[in-house]
Write a protein that binds this ligand. Structure first.
Ligand code: CO
Length: 136
């Protein structure tokens, strides 16, 4: 197995019903500014990344009713959705998690937002937390 480095908490993702409302609230409550905004059609989401030092808060809202984030909002309401860990090698980190018994959602790394490479790991077997591995 190739070695990799766990570099940073890349982002904490929060599912919200209205992106503009959430962006405005983070701006007034915390002075947070939008570093990046993108619609990711393949995932059925629009995101706003708020810069916090070297990490981000990722506000996520669904763009269609059948997106996983829409289902999450329906079931659980607004709130913490996943944690993104920045790693030096997404494929190596994914293999390491598989070896540790994690149930993966993505069998192999795929393109994420802002040109990153990502893979998701299921909350089952990860202490109830959806984990995203992010390689810049
Ligand atoms: Co994410």
């Amino acid at each position: 197995m190739a070695a990799f480095e766990l570099q940073e908490v890349d982002h904490v993702a929060v599912a919200v019903r209205d992106l503009d409302t959430a962006v405005a609230w983070y701006a007034s409550a915390l002075g947070a500014t939008v570093a990046h905004r993108e619609r990711i059609e393949s995932d059925g989401v629009e995101e706003a990344l708020l810069k916090v030092a070297d990490s981000y808060v990722q506000l996520l809202t669904p763009t269609r009713d059948d997106s996983p984030v829409a289902k999450f909002l329906e079931r659980r309401g607004e709130g913490l959705h996943h944690v993104g860990f920045r790693v030096s090698d997404c494929a190596a980190a994914l293999e390491s998690m598989k070896s540790a018994g994690a149930a993966v959602i993505d069998e192999r790394p795929r393109p994420g937002s802002r040109g990153t490479t990502v893979a998701f790991v299921h909350p089952k077997g990860a202490f109830g937390t959806l984990i995203e591995l992010v390689q810049e």
